[in-house]
Design a binder for this molecule. Structure first.
Ligand SMILES: Nc1ncnc2c1ncn2[C@@H]1O[C@H](COP(=O)(O)OP(=O)(O)O)[C@@H](O)[C@H]1O
Ligand SMILES: [Mg+2]
Length: 360
């Protein structure tokens, strides 16, 4: 087999992921962490302006803004431009989160997460320009198919494990894992987007944020929490990908929270014993028993039976065949995204909230 050929059959090491390999991998992560901290301590200046871009189409909308497919006119390259209205950020008390999002996006460098290519602000808005991930949201694919087979869930889930391990090694808690924030690359691999709730935490934090179905019990119980919340949401994601619906569900968020803190869920009968087993180690209300949060960290995932087909180093290097590869017809192809109405652009002759965003 040619050295750079994709492997069609996953061929893991028979002995699993050894402590020694994990030590070596952690050294690599430490390098990435240093790079992240260097970027964090640097003041990064705006490096473009709105006039450099042509806005083409709305790709998605969220609580604070709109994401557009945009073309950088100097190079003709396509990007996703997240545009957030300063007024909305201020009214929803998200100034701090928007600073974090910018600083974090500027420092990220990992295969399965997006990063910031350009950013700038004007009188009304903040702009984050990210690589355009053309295969659309995992959410759309999941709803279209109903559910994924376990091979597919495993392929995506394993990348999320590596992404969380990377973020956590940078002391970042992500806090918004869900299929809407996971995008599919043209290669069929994932990119996690939306760092709007991501935060650098040393120790504990208290803010209630995230999405009801994906909230960890310790967030709901306002106990103060840390990186463990992301591992919980990975459990919800593995369940939702394989079942087509989340494990704790109700139409009223309060009922969802009651179910989450009780920690009781039922797996569909088609789940394999290995999937049920890994879920039982993740959806643990007691964080001292939750996988990812134990002394071996992410190694517990890398060596669990459900993931035994995954060769983690090949996965990191995009050398496993993806179960689904989107058909992208041209660089700016948006056919994997829903259609949205164009947003009306606001203008102002004076700079709004200049002080609040002075350091942006
Ligand atoms: N880099 C990207 N490439 C393609 N689409 C993107 C990208 N980033 C975000 N989107 C689309 O825009 C949507 C909203 O972006 P997101 O950052 O999640 O905003 P919000 O914080 O408002 O949820 C995403 O769910 C996705 O559909
Ligand atoms: Mg989002």
């Amino acid at each position: 087999m040619a050295d750079d050929a994709k492997r069609h059959i996953y061929s893991p090491h028979p002995e699993g992921y050894s402590q020694a390999r994990q030590e070596q991998y952690k050294q690599y992560l430490r390098k990435l962490q240093h790079n992240f901290i260097d970027s964090w301590n640097e003041k990064i200046e705006c490096n473009a302006s709105l006039g450099d871009f042509e806005k083409i189409k709305v790709l998605g909308t969220g609580a604070f803004g709109v994401v557009y497919l945009s073309k950088y006119t100097k190079t003709g390259k396509y990007y996703a431009m997240k545009v957030m209205e300063k007024e909305k950020i201020v009214k929803m008390k998200q100034i701090e989160h928007s600073y974090y999002e910018k600083k974090i996006l500027c420092g990220l460098n990992f295969p399965f997460v997006v990063y910031m290519k350009y950013f700038f602000k004007d009188n009304v808005y903040l702009y984050y320009v990210l690589p355009f991930v053309a295969g659309g949201e995992m959410f759309s694919h999941l709803r279209k198919l109903g559910k994924f087979d376990e091979t597919t869930s495993k392929f995506y889930g394993a990348q999320v494990v590596l992404a969380l391990e990377y973020l956590h090694s940078c002391e970042l808690v992500y806090r918004d894992l869900k299929p809407e924030n996971i995008l599919i690359e043209r290669t069929g691999y994932i990119k996690i987007t939306d760092f709007g709730f991501c935060k650098l935490v040393r120790g504990r934090t208290w803010t209630l944020c995230g999405t009801p179905e994906y909230l960890a019990p310790e967030v709901i119980l306002s106990k103060g929490y840390g990186l463990s919340v992301d591992w919980w949401s990975l459990g919800i994601l593995l369940f939702e990908m394989s079942a087509g619906y989340p494990p704790f569900y109700a139409s009223d968020p309060m009922r969802i929270y009651e179910k989450i803190v009780a920690g009781k869920y039922r797996c569909p009968s088609h789940f394999t014993p290995d999937l049920k087993d890994i879920l039982s180690h993740i959806l643990q209300v007691d964080i001292t028993k939750r996988y990812g949060n134990l002394k071996d960290g992410a190694l517990d995932y890398k060596n669990h039976k459900w993931f035994k087909d995954i060769d983690w180093d090949s996965l990191l290097n995009n050398r496993l065949q993806a179960p689904f590869v989107p058909k992208i017809r041209s660089p700016g192809d948006t056919s994997y995204f829903e259609n949205y109405d164009d947003e009306k652009v606001k203008e102002s002759p004076v700079c709004l909230y200049e002080e609040e965003f002075a350091d942006f």
